[in-house]
Ligand binder design. Structure first.
Ligand SMILES: Cc1ncc(COP(=O)(O)O)c(C=O)c1O
Length: 491
């Protein structure tokens, strides 16, 4: 009798009353967590200590279902929250992921329970429809022909960049997918042109694709850390003279380091003249498109062939949630070419026409669009525009504060919500300034009031803040500067 294989404990684990109790336990803790707006940075726990704490919460008999323990669940959730990066605190100024709009977390919770992967319409009907709706909504800001563009969601901006570059390569070298390098002929050496400050995922994609990191043509930057469009042509000429066949030009709309926006219009000219695929990595900054005040930073975006847009950054939804846009629908089918009778149908019908499995790398994919669509459906674009505009204005204000401080050095005029600067008190030579920033960053991290990051600017370390939280105000930034001064004293 197979029934005897099923204990009561198995059924109990799936009981709906238990589900409600579990959810209430978790909810009450999350509510408290979100309500705590005290200034907190990162409290790093020794991994060995945390492993020990986590192990102590594991049931000793793991071979069969065990009686449920609500206290154990509460302890697991407490440990999870307590040891995490405090993205909701005004002390969190360090990275590009953020405290989410709480409702988006609630919708993500629904996704986790109903479990509807979204690469295929039959598995996730509403997610697939919501993807089309959000594609149309966002394309209003991009400006492509609504009948011809396409969008696919991917698990993160890195994967979106790889996917777009694959599509670009397969368009430039049509035999590559089937025959690999041998389709190229002896003399052809595919290459990619990027800004010197491009995100590392683009170079990684080149490595994955077999283009090779040494065939990345790094275009020089101007004094605003953007690709210098005037120098792009000679750099591309030089690459050709060296025997490289550049097939794609990648611009950044919001560089990771300083949030600089490459001049898309002028680079689109360059790409068009040379027949290059023009990819824009807007993982960080594409969200500025939803703001009437800030959209101009991406002027020329309508001339791109593809665009990466991370909603888990400046649209404040749970990670990952990335939208990869293509100007031409045919290009969106170019990255991958597969037959697989268990998922791909020979003939499309009205349902499978909504599938994205042929266009994204993932087979099982989170219905990541749902939190974004639900927020958009309920609040509209105003919520996002207001928050983004506040964060960018706050960053300008922080820059203005720094300009008045003699012991700080500003390094760029912020274009978005990323600001890099150095603490430069008297008595430190250039040689020591680099190490001083690294020491300050680490000391601030260990003090636990603020969390900031660091990045090399022009070859020397700088402190980096990313304003992702509308609870932060200029007063918090002043407090951070005081902490930096203290951390910068000889220890
Ligand atoms: C400009 C840029 N591109 C790509 C990425 C990678 O995105 P993800 O972390 O979603 O893979 C980032 C992440 O910081 C980024 O800033």
């Amino acid at each position: 009798m197979t029934e005897s294989l099923q204990s009561d404990l198995l059924f109990e684990a799936f009981e709906t009353q238990r589900f409600r109790n579990n959810a209430e336990t978790v909810l009450s803790r999350l509510e408290k967590h979100l309500a705590d707006l005290s200034i907190r940075g990162l409290e790093l726990t020794d991994p060995a200590v945390l492993t020990e704490a986590a192990r102590s919460l594991m049931t000793s008999d793991r071979d069969r279902p065990t009686a449920f323990d609500e206290e154990q669940l509460a302890a697991i959730v407490d440990l999870y929250i307590r040891t995490g990066i405090q993205v909701h605190s005004p002390g969190y100024m360090g990275r590009q992921f953020s405290g989410v709009v709480p409702l988006s977390g609630v919708i993500d919770f629904v996704s986790s329970v109903v479990n509807q992967p979204s690469s295929f319409y039959e598995a996730g009907q509403l997610p697939n429809v919501a993807e089309r709706i959000m594609a149309d909504e966002f394309n209003r800001f991009i400006g492509w022909d609504p009948e011809r563009f396409a969008m696919v969601t991917t698990s993160g901006g890195s994967l979106a960049n790889l996917t777009a570059l694959l599509a670009a390569r397969n368009r430039a070298f049509p035999g590559f997918w089937a025959r690999g390098n041998s389709a190229l002929g002896e003399q052809v050496r595919p290459a990619i042109a990027v800004g010197a400050d491009v995100h590392y995922s683009v170079a990684r994609a080149a490595g994955v694709m077999g283009v090779g990191e040494d065939r990345i043509v790094r275009l020089p930057l101007d004094d605003r850390q953007r690709i210098d469009a005037a120098l792009a042509r000679p750099a591309l000429d030089a690459a050709e003279e060296q025997g490289l066949t550049v097939f794609c030009l990648v611009a950044s709309a919001g560089t990771t380091a300083v949030g600089a926006f490459d001049p898309l219009d002028r680079l689109a000219d360059v790409a068009r003249e040379r027949g290059l695929w023009f990819h824009v990595d807007g993982a960080h900054g594409a969200s500025l498109l939803v703001s009437d005040k800030l959209r101009h930073k991406l002027s020329g975006i309508e001339r791109a062939d593809s665009l990466t847009w991370d909603a888990h950054k400046m649209m404040f939804v749970p990670a990952p949630c990335t939208l990869l846009f293509y100007r031409n629908r045919e290009d969106s089918r170019g990255a991958f070419r597969q037959t697989a009778s268990y998922v791909f149908d020979e003939r499309q019908d009205i349902y499978t026409a909504f599938d994205s499995g042929d266009k994204n790398f993932e087979c099982t994919k989170r219905p990541m669009i749902m939190p974004l669509w639900a927020l958009w459906a309920i609040y509209g674009k105003g919520l996002f525009a207001e928050k983004i505009e506040y964060l960018c204005a706050l960053t300008q204000e922080a820059h203005a504060i720094l300009e008045k401080e003699n012991d700080f050095e500003t390094l760029h005029h912020p274009e978005a919500n990323i600001l890099c600067f150095r603490y430069r008190p008297e008595g430190f030579g250039d040689a020591d300034i680099h190490q001083l920033q690294l020491d300050i960053r680490n000391r601030i991290k260990s003090q636990g009031n603020f969390f900031i990051s660091k990045v090399d600017v022009d070859g020397s370390a700088a402190l980096r803040v990313v304003m992702m939280n509308h609870h932060i105000n200029a007063g918090h930034f002043q407090m951070l500067l005081d902490e930096i001064r203290k951390a910068g004293q000889p220890q």
